[in-house]
Design a protein around this ligand. Structure first.
Ligand code: CP3
Length: 345
């Protein structure tokens, strides 16, 4: 990694080194809460946008320009690598990923092949362009974790209870592990492409893994997430591991091999630090819905997050999940400035 990036507040915090201020970025910072995003996306389907390098670069830059956040996250989606290896799916506005033929048997699993860099040339191109444009601001690459991807593939779309997913996990453990292995390979391949093209950190999004308890996480998920993190070690970039509703899993998310554990808003950062244990930085964890309240409320809550985050060995300020589409961008601009100002040392 170039010395300027290695010395950025974001990378330093991930590595639990001293920082000039607490770094801040927002999950889903590039997206529907920004008018300039809606403008460039007009008439362009989501997956087409993700495969158009100029558009990817522009949308990735929008929140960096507007907010002055400490990191950019590549504009893409967790299902992009699945589409790239031939899975038939679409992202439906207001719904999310919808899969034509849900995967529920051996043949469906066998059809999932590993991702090669040549499958996503538009990602390589966009990341290269971005690392030039961003200068000293790190770019975060990301992938969906195997549980969350499995849930979309098995259910065929978004799901509340993950019924079919758990039915396979409990009822056909061999098939489950085979599917998780293939999805881990794909996620790892997608992360490596991004880092090899210039991304300075990676985040594994396991948005729906809070649906399982710790014993089941250890048996059905941990072997796979561990292999992904182990497969990134040689690249020497910080690895962030995030999920929603993971209060009971925080220690395991760290154990999987992440350098930084993402925390949602349900567990305060001081308590999360105890659950995660030493040797990890934390990321989080303002409830995204707080941003819908008046500024005075946002300020009070954000100061509280910073205060509790001081207990962690390293703290990257973020929301506890993605920016809600109805968020006023001015609130995020003020929040970014507040975090920088309050935490300056
Ligand atoms: O953080 C960022 O700004 C980078 C871009 C990003 C997107 N999706 C863009 C997107 C990232 C990191 C993701 C990850 C993602 N995608 C996750 C994990 C993070 C999380 O929020 O839990 C998940 C579960 C998905 C699956 C997915 N894709 C959903 C649930 C949706 C929303 C559907 C909707 O319209 O409500 C998408 C579509 C999507 N991905 C949009 C964006 C900006 C909206 C599509 C649009 O603007 O038309």
């Amino acid at each position: 990694m170039n010395p300027q990036l290695a010395d950025s507040a974001f990378i330093r915090a991930c590595r639990r080194q001293t920082v000039p201020h607490t770094p801040v970025w927002f999950m889903r910072q590039a997206g529907r809460s920004l008018p300039e995003y809606r403008k460039v996306r007009e008439g362009v389907p989501m997956l087409t946008a993700c495969a158009t390098p100029d558009l990817v670069a522009e949308i990735t830059m929008q929140p960096v320009r507007r907010y002055g956040v400490d990191a950019a996250i590549l504009f893409s989606d967790i299902v992009v690598p699945l589409v790239a290896v031939g899975v038939e799916l679409d992202i439906k506005p207001g719904v999310g990923p919808v899969v034509e033929n849900p995967i529920r048997d051996r043949a469906g699993v066998a059809a999932l092949r590993p991702l090669e860099p040549g499958d996503v040339p538009y990602v390589t191109e966009a990341v290269r362009t971005l690392t030039g444009e961003l200068g000293g601001t790190p770019l975060i690459g990301f992938a969906g974790a195997p549980f969350t991807l499995a849930s979309y593939l098995i259910e065929g779309g978004p799901s509340k209870n993950h019924d079919h997913t758990k039915a396979m996990m409990y009822g056909e453990p061999e098939l489950w592990h085979a599917l998780m292995e293939r999805l881990s390979e794909i996620a790892l391949g997608f992360l490596r492409v991004q880092v090899e093209a210039g991304a300075s950190a990676v985040q594994l999004f396991d948005s729906w893994v809070g649906a399982v308890g710790p014993a089941d996480y250890r048996e059905f998920v941990l072997p796979h997430t561990s292999r992904i993190f182990a497969g990134l070690t040689d690249l020497d970039v910080p690895r962030i591991h995030f999920g929603v509703g993971t209060g009971e899993l925080l220690g395991l998310l760290g154990e999987a091999g992440a350098d930084v554990v993402g925390v949602d808003w349900r567990v305060s950062l001081d308590e999360a630090a105890l659950r995660v244990g030493p040797g990890k930085a934390l990321q989080g964890n303002l409830d995204p819905a707080v941003l819908l309240a008046p500024w005075a409320v946002v300020e009070r809550r954000a100061r509280e997050v910073l205060e509790r985050g001081r207990v962690a060995e390293g703290h990257v300020f973020n929301l506890g999940h993605g920016v809600l589409p109805s968020t006023d961008p001015d609130q995020l601009a003020r929040l970014t400035a507040l975090v920088h100002e309050v935490s300056a040392r």
